[in-house]
Design a binder for this molecule. Structure first.
Ligand SMILES: Cc1cc2nc3c(=O)[nH]c(=O)nc-3n(C[C@H](O)[C@H](O)[C@H](O)COP(=O)(O)OP(=O)(O)OC[C@H]3O[C@@H](n4cnc5c(N)ncnc54)[C@H](O)[C@@H]3O)c2cc1C
Length: 443
């Protein structure tokens, strides 16, 4: 029997479990740990609440979760309530699938002012992540700045721009829906250091900005490269740039009646945020592209009035005591998913965002999960006769001894049912936004 502990129940964790099931069938037992009592990582707390079809991928993970050889071990923070060496003593392999939940810091003066948030916090707020449910962003100002030119920036801008009616069918949490309904924001700036050809926004998500009921995307024609230059772009990016061209060519009279403008501000880098306790201005420097496609400051600076700032400039994995960490890259130090821990008992791996950083789509984590299982299989085989470890039974004894309140997959299904019962009209669920309420709901 092989015993595998996977830490993190997001896409990377579940694809790894699926791969282990396929590889070893009834010869494996997999425990998937999560610090939250609810599974699925960013599928629940990252993917936008108005993108329900994307969230449906969790049904696939549920199939994996319901098999006898896989268990969900929720409400257990690894590195705090149980250590990595303790798990290594019990399981043949320990796979860190903990994602990258920390915002990359902006690192500019004023980034600690009130009403300045990283996207992990802001997205967690509207998606009901218990850590961020009480964030309470102030939406009483008229201008918001979203820093970054990727899909997360697009999500944040779109959520800020939508009317309450446009959230029909979504599972945006009640506190966010109410706050957004009272929002005064009428100008959303999306700021990027480089130009239209350097965006990391996918066509479908970008196209959505053109279909909002009260908001209109604005691109300055002079920011766009000559149209013939688009021919050199890879097809996805070319489609995204076509959307930007369309936004740039929209006549002003077509924008009449739209009360919210989403303005793309290319070629600026943030120098500082200013305000008296609370953010009031963003100071940026104009940039230009060098021959090599990098950007450099021009020395020309400007200040834009803003009352809310959300930076969507990337994420970092949270370090775990004793696990080697690549500070520069912001994820666990690893070679193809293998982690060489100083203790060197072996059998420690990482996968998904915790292995490669915050890139790719949900599906990118699938080959990652299958590859790490191949590494584990190679290592177990090359070790020859491996020690029969205690696996689940050993962990259950440890959990009992330590008084851990483990949430099972069956408990989660009860929490899920309670969320579905509490749903407002037309919504799939009303999420619990604090851990205590989640745990209570399983009874
Ligand atoms: C705002 C946002 C929107 C996105 N939208 C899309 C989209 O529309 N389409 C798409 O394809 N991709 C999207 N993505 C990307 C997608 O969410 C990621 O590719 C994917 O979630 C990464 O999977 P993961 O398993 O590595 O990490 P995660 O999904 O982050 O899962 C990590 C899990 O580990 C748990 N954990 C962390 N630390 C510990 C610990 N110490 N002990 C126990 N458990 C722990 C966490 O609670 C979490 O459940 C989006 C990402 C973000 C941030």
């Amino acid at each position: 029997m092989r015993h595998i502990a996977i830490i993190g129940s997001g896409p990377a964790g579940y694809y790894t479990a699926e791969a282990a099931q396929k590889r070893w069938g009834d010869e494996v037992r997999v425990d998937i740990f999560d610090r939250l009592p609810v599974p699925f990582g960013l599928i629940r707390s990252g993917v936008a609440p108005d993108h329900q079809s994307i969230k449906a991928v969790s049904r696939r993970y549920e199939k994996v979760a319901l098999a006898d050889n896989v268990r969900f071990v929720g409400n257990v923070a690894v590195g705090k309530q149980v250590s990595i060496p303790e798990l290594q003593a019990l399981y043949d392999a320990v796979v860190l699938a903990t994602g990258a939940p920390q915002d990359r810091p902006m690192g500019v003066p004023g980034d600690d002012l009130a009403n300045v948030f990283g996207s992990a916090g802001f997205v967690g707020w509207y998606n009901g992540h218990p850590q961020f449910a009480t964030l309470a962003p102030d939406l009483s100002g008229t201008t918001a700045a979203v820093i970054g030119m990727g899909n997360v920036a697009l999500d944040v801008a779109r959520i800020l721009a939508k009317t309450p009616a446009e959230f029909a069918g979504s599972d945006i949490v009640g506190h966010a829906l109410e706050a957004l309904a009272d929002s005064n924001i009428e100008r959303i700036l999306i700021l990027g250091r480089r130009g239209p050809h350097q965006i990391a926004m996918t066509p479908k998500e970008l196209g959505e900005l053109g279909e909002l009921s009260r908001a209109t995307p604005v691109v300055l024609p002079e920011d766009l490269p000559p149209p013939e230059a688009d021919a050199l772009l890879e097809p996805g990016l070319r489609k995204s740039v076509a959307h930007l061209r369309h936004f740039a060519s929209t006549p002003e009279e077509e924008r009449a009646g739209k009360s919210v403008r989403i303005e793309f501000v290319f070629f600026v880098q943030t120098l500082a945020l200013h305000g008296d306790g609370r953010v009031q201005e963003i100071e940026v420097e104009r940039t230009r592209l060098t021959e090599g496609g990098r950007c450099e400051g021009t020395g020309e600076t400007l200040r834009l009035p803003v009352e809310l700032v959300v930076s969507a400039i990337g994420y970092r994995t949270s370090p775990i005591p004793g696990v080697p960490y690549d500070e520069r890259a912001g994820h666990f130090a690893n070679e193809d998913g293998r982690i060489s821990a100083p203790s060197d008992v072996g059998g420690l791996y990482c996968v998904g965002w915790a292995r490669r950083g915050p890139t790719g789509t949900i599906g990118t984590n699938r080959p990652d999960g299958y590859a790490v299982v191949e590494r584990i299989a190679e290592d177990l085989e090359s070790a020859g006769q491996f020690a029969e470890k205690q696996g689940r039974a050993g962990f259950d004894a440890l959990a009992a001894e330590r008084g851990l309140d483990v949430v099972t997959f069956r408990d989660w299904k009860k929490i899920e049912e309670a969320e579905e019962r509490a749903a407002r009209e037309g919504s799939p669920r009303e999420k619990f936004v604090d851990v205590e309420a989640m745990i209570k709901a399983r009874q």
